[in-house]
Design a protein around this ligand. Structure first.
Ligand code: HEM
Ligand SMILES: *[C@@H]1O[C@H](CO)[C@@H](O)[C@H](O)[C@H]1NC(C)=O
Ligand SMILES: *[C@@H]1O[C@H](CO)[C@@H](O)[C@H](O)[C@H]1NC(C)=O
Ligand SMILES: *[C@@H]1O[C@H](CO)[C@@H](O)[C@H](O)[C@H]1NC(C)=O
Ligand SMILES: *[C@@H]1O[C@H](CO)[C@@H](O)[C@H](O)[C@H]1NC(C)=O
Length: 338
């Protein structure tokens, strides 16, 4: 076993930099070095999401938060260590990001299935995000496979290496806060070459998952905000004042169908029922370009699903480490010993 581990580590150390000569990501990166990699990740993600649909949301979000700090390099997965502060305690991440244990399990399984340390943690995040969006599960009532989250599939580009450090400062400054305005979000996306349309499409990930009361109060208790009054009332019944109380961590779904990848998120925005302040910033009813995009996706779930995949590929292409940059981490939580 040790021999094979060393053997394959050596082989991949030689092969990977050669196939990565141009520093580009490619869909077939693991086809030769570990053909089992993608099917293994898919089965693991499908299994967990089938039981616990929210995990799909959490994995999509993990990839986003990874990419916005230092690029898509697995930096978000690094634990704090005596010599390094990780990103996990940055404001947008602390006590909020989920899925780290599942990523550990996937990584450990791949290290066996690939006969060594071959698949980067950054690539695992990109693949797991896609597999979450399209995860299927067995429906006991219908007696057949059905679409669980129900998004459209897309081809994931691969070949990212993992970083050897993290940046809590970038996680804090690059990832928009839920209290940001549109201008601020646009500039944070533009900083990664992502357009206004990418902002609208990627925010559509909020068709999945949940948010805590502490992220909602500023909007639902704000008399001057543009929230639908009945909707605000129903949320106030769940998220009481004052902040800092026991319901701070209470969860509400980000749209009415948090386990369905559908146009519900955009439809809520057009009814002024966006959950986060930042969600409603994308639709103000002023007929702006952003408004028109939201309306389009509210009316056309197919266009949203197609557009989302393409935008995820652009998100996943933010400053990847390739070739001899970075490393493939043996354990996603720590940099390799050298
Ligand atoms: C554009 C600015 C964005 C802001 C301000 C924002 C903010 C937030 C906040 C505050 C939460 C709730 C976290 C909590 O209560 O613990 C959340 C959840 C979520 N976000 Fe975003 N987000 C943004 C964009 C995105 C993007 C681009 C994606 C993915 C492509 C994404 C995916 C998700 C998902 C899937 C959840 C639910 C996670 C779960 O249930 O575990 N978000 N977001
Ligand atoms: C992170 O969250 C925990 C639990 O809510 C809290 O005790 C801790 O102070 C937070 N850390 C930072 C750096 O905000
Ligand atoms: C948006 O937020 C930024 C940063 O908080 C602030 O400087 C700017 O004035 C705000 N812009 C608008 C149009 O409200
Ligand atoms: C953004 O695009 C421009 C022009 O295509 C390119 O020069 C620049 O390197 C890109 N920046 C990032 C962060 O990808
Ligand atoms: C309330 O909403 C308005 C308009 O969106 C905003 O300018 C203001 O900062 C918000 N107030 C609070 C306390 O969040």
């Amino acid at each position: 076993m040790l021999f094979w581990t060393l053997y394959f580590t050596l082989i991949t150390a030689i092969i990977l930099p050669v196939t990565q000569a141009h520093g580009k990501l490619t869909p077939d990166y693991y086809n030769d070095v570990c053909p089992q990699a993608l099917p293994t990740i898919r089965v693991m993600v499908e299994t967990v999401v089938g039981i616990q649909p929210r995990m799909g949301a959490s994995l999509v979000r993990l990839h986003f938060h990874d990419c916005f700090a230092k690029g898509c390099d697995g930096s978000v997965l690094l634990d704090d260590s005596p010599t390094m502060v990780g990103e996990k305690t940055a404001a947008p991440n602390n006590n909020s990001l989920r899925g780290f244990e599942l990523v550990d399990e996937i990584k450990a399984t791949l290290n066996v299935a690939c006969f060594g340390n071959v698949v980067s943690c950054a690539d695992i995040l990109a693949i797991a995000a896609r597999d979450s969006v399209v995860a299927r599960t067995f429906d006991e009532h219908l007696g057949r496979l059905h679409l669980q989250l129900g998004g459209s599939s897309y081809e994931v580009l691969l070949g990212r290496q993992d970083s050897t450090c993290a940046s809590k400062a970038e996680a804090n400054s690059n990832i928009p806060s839920p209290f940001s305005n549109l201008t601020d979000m646009l500039s944070k996306f533009q900083a990664h070459n992502l357009s206004a349309e990418d902002l609208v499409l990627l925010s559509g990930a909020h068709t999945l998952g949940f948010a805590k009361c502490k992220t909602l109060r500023n909007r639902i208790y704000n008399e001057t905000s543009t929230i639908d009054p009945d909707f605000a009332r129903s949320l106030k019944a769940k998220c009481h004042r004052p902040a800092g109380g026991s319901d701070d961590e209470e969860l509400s779904p980000l749209d009415e169908t948090p386990a369905a990848f559908d146009a519900g998120y955009y439809q809520m925005l057009t009814q002024r029922k966006g959950m986060l302040h930042t969600d409603q910033e994308l639709f103000k009813g002023d007929g702006s370009e952003i408004d028109r995009l939201v309306k389009r996706y509210a009316e056309d779930a197919g266009a949203f699903k197609e557009g989302f995949g393409a935008a995820m590929v652009r998100l996943g292409s933010i400053k990847p480490l390739t070739g001899r940059e970075g490393e493939v981490r043996e354990n996603c939580r720590v940099v390799n010993r050298r």
